[in-house]
Write a protein that binds this ligand. Structure first.
Ligand code: DGT
Ligand code: CA
Ligand code: CA
Ligand code: ZN
Length: 584
């Protein structure tokens, strides 16, 4: 997507200027543009043309001119000029944990380091440790950072981060004197990918012999069996790479006294941008906000709880899912924060596979698992014929499965079994089954599983056309991305949302942590346009139904309330919602 490339260019311009030691004001403004562009809902070209881009906060006149140049020619002269002023390999160093633009500037100027090999050399010969501002400890941290970078692939998925957090939390919760253990950072905000896991530990007041000291708490973490490598181990802070089932994960643990726990939790939950806004508000009220508390001079006026801090700043408490500086601070001030959908509101699941296609369990087993989750409905959606590798069903097999579903459903009490299918959207936008068969289903999720790299016009046309069918209830995993594996299709998401609104079609939030598709920002756009969102786990086994919470978190990050989510309807209301699109 063009916006992502443009955002990265502005970020890189800021990095280079910082390495060159240029005007901090301009550096900061480029960072702002980078972020603003990354969050634009629509292609920059379109927003530029209709004048909306000029009105976007954070994008000034000179940046606008650069964006114009980019849209017209796919390049920015100022960017290319900046690139010529430093060795290109210098930018690689920014990926090393512990090396920011300032660090790169220092090694470039002080030791003539031009790339990774140079940096390794100055680490090994000891000259980095003698460079002002570095020292033994920092040099060692950078050495470990280099090793980590060479082994790791960068950001991890939410489920992987959660697994790591659970391992560490479990090991810390048992210690005496530990009052609370919570995950903070991007994990607490349920961001779609996670850089590292941040864990906070609260200890009780005063000293007692039986109580574990903060230093001992950190040691319990760094000496745990799952730790692969210790990056840092201090009095109140430790950092290590731990090995989960699928990936190494960096975990930071910090120990704070109970009276500062709320402040620390607020600070380390972030996001950084959200915190910057809060600090500005504090300063305006002549207060000081940091990870130890909210202070009036030397007096702590809040800090034990997060709510206390928000309240003292004149804000309603902001749910962690919303802390991205996307309007939540303003909403908190005017008591207009949305009441986000909760997992308890969810009455059923829309997307799952059984042995009939590529799932691992029988329909009856899926029903049992759904009951166990307290659901009132579930919908079986096996693949259609064109999905050959997924053992998609022929029309004949589907017809038989519908009969089977009706038979099983008729005997059930307290839970409604819906007959559905995940139907492929074919290359021309037509559907894999004919209308007569589709009409026998209660729910149809239509998905693209092929030709995902086709141009924007093509993938968008296919999606829009599928929604024209009166039998398509929902578009499945609309952008097709797989986090860390496959880019999203170049879909015109605004057009898809408009069509969904016009045609009474829901859009899926696929809850699988590889997908989270629609993603948060797209969910927000859809909900604002009045489009209903259907959360589906895309379960391929009974356990898969347990992924629902990832979808609910994504919905929440998209500011979705109960009303926006189809899963919160009773079976009766749901059926009438689904019938509304169909011919009478
Ligand atoms: P990640 O790890 O990249 O997925 O994202 P975060 O948000 O977990 O970021 P991380 O681990 O670097 O820092 C955790 C939180 O600490 C972050 O969300 C906000 C806070 N924080 C870190 N550095 C700064 C800073 O320079 N200024 C402010 N205001 N907050 C910071
Ligand atoms: Ca983090
Ligand atoms: Ca961190
Ligand atoms: Zn599926």
């Amino acid at each position: 997507m063009r916006n992502a490339i443009l955002s990265a260019i502005f970020d890189q311009m800021a990095d280079i200027m910082e390495i060159l030691g240029e005007d901090p004001f301009r550096i900061n403004s480029y960072r702002k543009v980078s972020r603003a562009v990354a969050e634009l809902p629509t292609d920059v070209g379109i927003l530029l043309e209709d004048g909306r881009l000029a009105k976007t906060p954070g994008i000034g006149k000179s940046s606008l001119a650069k964006i114009q140049e980019f849209v017209a020619s796919n390049r920015i002269t100022a960017h290319e000029e900046l690139l010529e002023r430093i060795p290109p390999s210098l930018l690689e160093l920014l990926h090393i944990p512990g090396m920011g633009p300032k660090g790169v500037k220092a090694v470039y100027e002080g030791l003539h380091v031009k790339g990774l090999d140079d940096l390794k050399r100055v680490v090994e010969d000891g000259s980095l440790a003698t460079l002002p501002g570095f020292g033994q400890k920092k040099a060692a941290a950078i050495q470990r950072g280099i090793e980590f970078l060479e082994k790791s692939t960068g950001r991890i998925r939410l489920d992987q981060a959660m697994e790591a957090a659970e391992m560490v939390c479990a090991c810390l919760r048992g210690l005496s004197g530990v009052k609370r253990v919570e995950a903070a950072g991007s994990l607490r905000r349920r961001a779609e990918t996670i850089g590292d896991v941040d864990i906070l530990v609260a200890t009780g007041k005063g000293k007692s012999k039986s109580r574990t000291s903060p230093e001992k708490i950190i040691q319990s973490f760094t000496q745990a069996s799952f730790v692969e490598r210790v990056l840092a181990s201090g009095d109140t802070k430790g950092s290590a790479i731990i090995q989960t089932e699928t990936t190494p994960v960096q975990v930071d643990v910090r120990v704070v006294p109970a009276e500062s726990f709320g402040a620390a939790l607020q600070y380390f939950t972030g996001s950084k941008q959200h915190n910057v806004r809060l600090r500005e508000i504090a300063i305006k009220s002549k207060l000081k906000l940091n990870e130890y508390g909210l202070f009036d001079g030397d007096k702590q006026v809040a800090g034990a709880t997060e709510e206390g801090i928000y309240k003292k700043l004149g804000l309603d408490p902001v749910p962690p899912l919303l802390r991205e500086d996307r309007g939540e601070v303003e909403a908190a001030r005017s008591h207009a924060l949305p009441e986000l959908v909760q997992i308890e509101d969810i009455r059923g699941d829309f997307h799952m596979h059984t042995l009939a296609s590529d799932g691992r369990n029988e329909i009856e087993q899926m029903v049992g698992a759904a009951r166990g989750l307290g659901y009132e409905f579930l919908c079986i959606t096996d693949h259609s014929e064109s999905s050959v590798i997924a053992n998609g069903q022929s029309p004949k097999r589907l017809a038989k499965q519908i009969e089977q579903i009706r038979r099983i459903g008729a005997k059930l009490k307290g839970i409604t079994l819906l007959a559905g299918a995940e139907v492929d959207i074919l290359a021309d936008g037509s559907l894999d089954f004919d209308d007569k068969l589709l009409a026998d289903l209660d729910y149809v999720v239509a998905s693209i599983h092929s030709g995902m790299t086709s141009p924007r016009e093509k993938v968008t046309m296919r999606t829009l056309k599928a929604m024209e069918s009166p039998y398509v209830s929902c578009i499945g995993h609309p952008t097709g991305r797989l986090l860390g594996q496959r880019e999203a299709m170049d879909l015109d998401i605004a057009a898809v949302i408009e069509q969904a609104a016009q045609t009474h079609t829901a859009l899926e939030i696929n809850a699988n942590p590889y997908r989270l598709d629609l993603k948060d920002l797209h969910c927000k756009m859809a909900a604002e346009a009045g489009v209903k969102l259907a959360i589906g786990t895309d379960a391929h086994s009974t356990e898969g139904l347990g992924l629902m919470h990832f979808g609910v978190a994504t919905a929440g990050r998209g500011w979705a309330t109960k009303d926006d989510i189809l899963n919160t309807l009773s079976p009766a209301k749901l059926k009438s919602w689904l019938r509304a699109k169909r011919p009478r």
